[in-house]
Design a protein around this ligand. Structure first.
Ligand SMILES: Cc1cc2nc3c(=O)[nH]c(=O)nc-3n(C[C@H](O)[C@H](O)[C@H](O)COP(=O)(O)OP(=O)(O)OC[C@H]3O[C@@H](n4cnc5c(N)ncnc54)[C@H](O)[C@@H]3O)c2cc1C
Ligand SMILES: NC(=O)c1ccc[n+]([C@@H]2O[C@H](COP(=O)([O-])OP(=O)(O)OC[C@H]3O[C@@H](n4cnc5c(N)ncnc54)[C@H](O)[C@@H]3O)[C@@H](O)[C@H]2O)c1
Length: 467
């Protein structure tokens, strides 16, 4: 008899939800993680601290209030790191408590330490003192996440040369900053530091950024960030970063040199699989430490599942949670619905971006015809009230069956608003539902009705031509 039905390695969003789901099905389950990492990267260096920091930046700089109270409006003149991080510690410790108590009341023991395979059903758990205990399990879920990828030639010191882990512990807000990599992490931090008044330069190897998003929205984001003095260097690769006292000099392959108070690397992440002794379980990881899985999150060893960032794209907290639940349900024969195509993406840049479904570019590539309906916040009463003139909602509608193919949102509340579109899409609703629905007024949600009317007006012109 194995010691537990399911052993979960990692207590981030994926691991937590796998464990709770298994416990709710009446199974014996245990979770292993370092005592100081309960809640995972999501809680300690990723989602939660970065979003709490963003909230503090928006509040203290008054950035989003300037259209209302004037361009010089600020809540505080000299914003310090202490001002910015005051809430973070509180939020993180409360969340750790929530996770611990959720696990405890579902009778899921949390072992402090890290796990490594001894064989496909046996894991050695090692705590900080080096003490080891061995646990056997019928099923294992690997939810060990990722760490920032660090090029070996760059000497990270946590003061001037940083990654997204130690950017949270900087001593002062840098006057100038280079951000390497214009992925989601890079652009979220570029937005925050630009809002704080740092002179930010973003260096990105590719010719564009955030290519999963709507092109028009990415253009709008670039415009806003340029307005906050962000410089973009697309199609440029960082060759080296040199430290000169308190200044870091970023050298690009093109020969350009950029001096700055700080450099932050956000050039991808590496799966945390090197300490798992995967070979003992008959598993392997790719060069970026990722583990391959099937549609049920099973690895090539069928009783071992892998979920969350360790399996790669989309590498989000929300998707990791869902993968964890799906893996546990699959292991114990519980049916699980699949909503893969309708996972929303939320990017907390300033302003924020969110979307669900396909982009115009993808639909065009796939030769799927669509019509567009747009609502601009400046034409909504709520947009005027909150002083957000740049926000927009875009619906992509099929002219054949009038269903929504994609919803793209930019500006205040985008990451919340997107769920209206997600629900309509998930229930197979058409644009006509949104035309007929009555929304509270004045709200930003009203943008759905305005965009739906815009789309149907265009569809009507097409229909008339057809007649
Ligand atoms: C700066 C930043 C901002 C982000 N913002 C967002 C956001 O706004 N929204 C969003 O959806 N996502 C965001 N993400 C992504 C999100 O944090 C991840 O998708 C999520 O944390 C992945 O969850 P996970 O379950 O894979 O585990 P993780 O959260 O990565 O945690 C893995 C855990 O496994 C543990 N572990 C590692 N090795 C072992 C071992 N051998 N034994 C036992 N335990 C082990 C680690 O200690 C860690 O606690 C952000 C990420 C970063 C870095
Ligand atoms: N809001 C959110 O949902 C959220 C927020 C943050 C992070 N995340 C997740 O975290 C993951 C990691 O994000 P990320 O931004 O670190 O990685 P990424 O892989 O998405 O982006 C890294 C970028 O760096 C560029 N790059 C790499 N080396 C370079 C070099 N030497 N010079 C110039 N450019 C270089 C790459 O071309 C790439 O565009 C993502 O998959 C994302 O899903 C999600």
């Amino acid at each position: 008899m194995p010691d537990v039905d399911m052993l979960v390695l990692g207590s981030g969003p994926g691991g937590q939800k796998a464990a709770i789901a298994a416990a709710k099905l009446g199974r014996e389950v245990a979770v292993v993680d370092r005592a100081d990492m309960v809640g995972g990267v999501s809680l300690h260096t990723g989602t939660i601290p970065s979003k709490t920091l963003r909230e503090a930046v928006l509040y203290l700089t008054g950035l989003t209030q300037r259209d209302l109270y004037g361009q010089s409006y600020r809540l505080k003149e000299n914003i310090t790191v202490a001002d910015l991080t005051a809430r973070t510690q509180h939020v993180v410790s409360r969340e750790v408590e929530v996770i611990r108590s959720q696990l405890a009341r579902n009778r899921v023991p949390l072992f402090a330490g890290t796990g490594r395979f001894l064989d496909p059903h046996t894991v050695a758990l090692r705590d900080v003192t080096g003490h080891e205990r061995v646990l056997t399990a019928e099923y294992v879920v690997i939810a060990t996440g990722t760490r920032p990828a660090r090029p070996p030639s760059v000497e990270f010191d946590g003061r001037t040369i940083l990654d997204s882990d130690n950017v949270l512990t900087i001593e002062r807000v840098p006057r100038s900053m280079v951000i390497v990599g214009a992925g989601v992490i890079g652009m979220e931090y570029a937005s925050m530091f630009a809002a704080l008044g740092s002179k930010v330069t973003v260096v990105e190897r590719r010719p564009a950024m955030l290519d999963m998003c709507d092109v028009e929205i990415v253009e709008a984001l670039k415009y806003h960030l340029r307005d906050l003095a962000v410089t973009f260097r697309f199609g440029e690769t960082v060759a080296a970063v040199e430290q000169h006292g308190h200044t870091a000099l970023t050298v690009l392959e093109s020969g350009k040199k950029i001096p700055a108070d700080a450099v932050m690397y956000s050039a991808g992440r590496q799966g945390l699989t090197d300490e798992l002794a995967l070979e003992q379980a008959g598993l392997t990881a790719d060069a970026r430490g990722r583990i391959a899985v099937d549609e049920h999150y099973r690895t090539q060893v069928p009783h071992i599942y892998a979920v969350g960032d360790v399996i790669g794209y989309p590498a989000l907290a929300a998707t990791s949670m869902e993968q964890g639940r799906a893996a546990a349900y699959h292991a114990f024969g519980e049916p699980v619905g699949r909503t893969h195509d309708l996972q929303p993406i939320g990017i907390y840049t300033i302003p924020e971006i969110s979307f669900v479904g396909r982009t115009e570019d993808r639909l065009t590539e796939e030769r799927v015809p669509f019509e567009v309906g747009v609502a601009r916040y400046r034409e909504l009463a709520r947009g005027q009230i909150i002083g957000d003139a740049h926000g927009m909602l875009k619906l992509l509608v099929s002219p054949d069956d009038r269903r929504l193919l994609g919803v793209h949102c930019f500006g205040s509340g985008a990451t919340e608003l997107i769920h209206i579109g997600q629900s309509v899409m998930g229930c197979g609703g058409t644009v006509d539902y949104l035309v007929d629905a009555v929304f509270n007024y004045p709200t930003l949600a009203e943008s759905y009705k305005v965009a739906a009317l815009d789309a149907t007006n265009r569809l009507r012109s097409l229909d008339r031509l057809g007649d």
